[in-house]
Design a protein. Structure first.
Length: 280
């Protein structure tokens, strides 16, 4: 009986030791000076629409995920002013049409930052040679932002010598080309900037023609075959169809939302090829 009890006690002691070791093994979280831990998908950049808003946040799988004051913000705006508004916890809103550069830096020299890392048992690693409580000048990230209206007109131009049409939302391009042999044909349709599928524009310098496509794969492939990518031309949305026609004689495409124009041209050498996209 004594031997049996001794055996049980020995096993219990071993189990207790194993359990104690498991409980006290803890991982350490580190933050390195100069690391942003920024979720760039939350940062306004590229084209955003007037009225659009959001909040700039740290990565949600990173050590700063719960820190409300992770970043500081500076704005460099072109005319007009007040294009973008950003508060101290990253809430942003696009206010006026215009362009701005948004500058972000990590708030790693502030008391709230050190309070946060102490509360969350985080070790802060400084660059070699820096004094622990006086970090180096904050490293910055810059993002270019263009605030555009919710809806924009898409203009159509025609070049009689080349027998080609061009479609653009760029007011300046429309004006300049109007002085360089292109006939301004007015507003073709409206593009909804807030939603829809991008329609991309490409240009072939050898053929001297533009091509428009919603197919991202086609956009990529043609770029390897002599076509120059010119970015997003406008968006496809709404319920008004834009018709595509092709003239085999001049090897050119034409796009129109005018059903009557489509029907008439279909009797004059242009082949109707269906709906290219929809617009407002």
């Amino acid at each position: 009986m004594k031997k049996y009890l001794t055996y049980i006690m020995a096993i219990s002691s071993m189990l207790l030791i194993c359990f104690t070791l498991t409980v006290h093994v803890e991982a350490t979280t580190y933050i390195k000076h100069g690391e942003f831990y920024l979720d760039e998908s939350t940062v306004p950049q590229g084209k955003v629409v007037v009225g659009q808003s959001g909040q700039i946040r740290p990565l949600q799988d990173g050590p700063l995920k719960d820190f409300q004051y992770a970043y500081g913000y500076d704005l460099m705006e072109s005319s007009p002013a007040n294009v973008l508004e950003v508060d101290e916890i990253g809430n942003w809103k696009a206010v006026n049409v215009g362009k701005a550069t948004l500058v972000l830096y990590l708030n790693d020299s502030t008391q709230p930052f050190f309070d946060y890392i102490n509360q969350h048992d985080i070790t802060y690693k400084h660059d070699p040679g820096t004094i622990p409580d006086r970090p180096t000048i904050p490293i910055q990230r810059q993002f270019s932002v263009e605030v555009v209206p919710a809806n924009s007109p898409v203009y159509r131009l025609y070049q009689p010598d080349l027998k080609v049409h061009l479609y653009t939302m760029d007011d300046n391009e429309y004006r300049v080309l109007g002085t360089r042999g292109w006939k301004q044909e007015g507003q073709a349709w409206t593009s909804n900037n807030a939603s829809g599928t991008p329609v991309y524009r490409l240009y072939h310098p050898g053929l001297k023609v533009h091509l428009y496509t919603m197919d991202t794969n086609e956009y990529k492939v043609l770029a390897t075959r002599g076509w120059k990518q010119e970015g997003e031309a406008y968006k496809s949305s709404g319920s008004t169809p834009v018709y595509r026609l092709y003239h085999a004689g001049i090897k050119k495409h034409l796009y129109t939302r005018d059903a009557n124009e489509k029907n008439v041209l279909s009797t004059r050498g242009w082949k109707y090829e269906g709906v290219a996209w929809n617009v407002e």
